[in-house]
Design a protein around this ligand. Structure first.
Ligand SMILES: [Zn+2]
Length: 235
C-alpha cells in the first residue's frame, strides 16, 4: 500500500505527543454500553491512570435494555452505578451520551450532539469500537466517534479496540502490555455484575492472551490506529 504525503505529514505532526509526557493527557474511551470500554481497554486505561493521565469512559447509553433479572425499567440506575464503580476502580470518570440501549440513532443531529460532547472533553487520545461489529450500538458509537474526530480536524489520536464475541475482522497493529494490571481490569469488568461477567470475561482473557502471544507479553490489549491521526501515545 502507498502512503500519501498528507498522511506522512499527519504522522510527523503527531510526534510530540507521548504517553510519558510531563503534561497529563486526556483520554476518552467511547463504548456502546457500560462495560464495553472496560472490557476492550481496561488494562490500557489502568496503565494510563497509573501514569497520571486523565481518563473518561464515554458510554452511548446507560444499558437500559438488560440488567439480569431486574425489570428493564430499573436497568438504567443499576447499570449507571455499575459503570461508576468500574470507573472508580480504573481511576476514570464516567460520561453518558444519553442515547437508549438497543435503539442507537446515527443522524445529523446525533452526529452534532456527540461531536459537541466529545469536544467538551478536549481529548488527546480517543479509543472506540472497531466498526465491523455484531451490535448496532457498537457500530453507532464507532461512527459517531469517527465523525467527531473529523469535525475536530483529526487532531486527537484515534484508536479502535475489540470486544469479545462482537468484534469481527479486526487486525490490530499496536499492542499494550497489560500483564501487570490484569487484576484491575478484571475487577472493573466484574463491577458489571448484572451482565454476568463470568460468562464473557473468560472470552476477553482468551483475546488478551492471544494478543500477548503476538507481542511477547503474558497479556496484551491491541489496537488499530487511524493512520491519519497522531501516534506514539499508547502507554
Ligand atoms: Zn456493548
Amino acid at each position: 500500500m502507498s502512503i500519501s504525503r498528507r498522511q506522512l505529514l499527519a504522522s510527523a505532526a503527531a510526534l510530540p505527543l507521548r504517553a510519558e509526557s510531563a503534561r497529563p493527557l486526556k483520554i476518552v474511551v467511547t463504548g456502546g454500553h457500560p462495560g464495553d470500554p472496560e472490557c476492550g481497554c481496561g488494562g490500557t486505561i489502568a496503565r494510563y491512570a497509573a501514569l497520571g493521565h486523565r481518563v473518561a469512559l464515554l458510554y452511548l447509553n446507560r444499558g437500559e435494555g438488560f440488567c439480569g433479572g431486574a425489570a428493564p425499567g430499573r436497568c438504567a440506575p443499576i447499570r449507571t452505578a455499575e459503570a461508576e464503580a468500574a470507573c472508580r476502580l480504573l481511576k476514570a470518570r464516567a460520561v453518558f451520551a444519553g442515547q437508549y440501549d438497543g435503539r442507537a440513532v446515527v443522524d445529523s443531529q446525533h452526529y452534532d450532539d456527540f461531536a459537541r460532547l466529545l469536544a467538551a472533553e478536549s481529548p488527546d487520545v480517543v479509543f472506540t469500537h472497531w466498526p465491523i461489529d455484531r451490535h448496532p450500538d457498537h457500530r453507532a458509537v464507532s461512527m459517531l466517534t469517527l465523525d467527531a474526530w473529523l469535525k475536530a480536524g483529526r487532531k486527537f489520536a484515534l484508536y479502535y479496540y475489540e470486544v469479545a464475541e462482537d468484534t469481527m475482522m479486526f487486525t490490530p497493529g499496536e499492542h499494550v502490555d497489560i500483564s501487570g494490571v490484569e487484576s484491575v481490569r478484571r475487577a472493573a469488568c466484574y463491577a458489571h455484575g448484572s451482565q454476568r461477567p463470568e460468562k464473557w470475561y473468560p472470552k476477553q482473557v482468551e483475546i488478551t492472551r492471544f494478543r500477548g502471544a503476538e507481542s511477547g507479553f503474558a497479556q496484551a490489549e491491541a489496537f488499530l490506529r487511524h493512520w491519519e491521526s497522531p501516534g506514539g501515545v499508547l502507554p
